[in-house]
Design a binder for this molecule. Structure first.
Ligand code: FMN
Length: 150
């Protein structure tokens, strides 16, 4: 088993197991999380905990990038943050990395949590993605990633 060094946007990095093995999205479940304005997790539902493979106390207070998969292009998250910081809803397909190195695809809708006109945090609700869209994203993200690395 090999570990891959993953570099995060904030300059930190981590060595994580990355396996080419997909875990299917659980039927009929929504995977929900809430974060503060910096993207640190403040709430995860049981499906989130189960799919991530982490314990709840390993997740709360941590940055959402704990799920970042090295196959995801930076531009996808740049687009996400630009959209939600402006107070808008972001929708997209995300490949997530589990604690055990396996991965799972989600269709995510991320919304800002606005109180008295101010963004006080964010929430993401994920559902089972269409396989056709996932296949399109695999090709698209591969191209985007290659451009980012060139
Ligand atoms: C509410 C919310 C949900 C997020 N969900 C995910 C997620 O499921 N997977 C993921 O990799 N990043 C997610 N992110 C984006 C991360 O904060 C982060 O930008 C991303 O993992 C890429 O890491 P990087 O910005 O350090 O490169 C989410 C952010 C927010 C605000």
């Amino acid at each position: 088993m090999s570990k891959i060094k993953i570099k995060y946007y904030d300059g930190t990095s981590d060595k994580r197991e990355v396996l080419d093995e997909e875990v299917p999205y659980p039927e009929g479940k929504l995977i929900v999380s809430r974060t503060d304005i910096f993207g640190n997790l403040t709430h995860c539902n049981q499906s989130f905990v189960d799919m991530s493979g982490f314990e709840e106390d390993e997740l709360i207070g941590k940055s959402h990038y704990i799920l970042r998969h090295p196959d995801m292009p930076r531009a996808a998250f740049k687009d996400l943050w630009g959209t939600i910081k402006a107070g808008n809803k972001w929708k997209g397909y995300v490949k997530n990395l589990r604690k055990d190195g396996k991965y799972y695809w989600v269709y995510a809708v991320v919304v800002p949590n606005i109180r008295k006109g101010k963004v006080v945090g964010y929430a993401s609700v994920r559902r089972k993605p269409s396989r056709t869209k996932v296949n399109e994203c695999i090709a698209l993200y591969k191209t985007m990633l290659a451009e980012e690395q060139s």
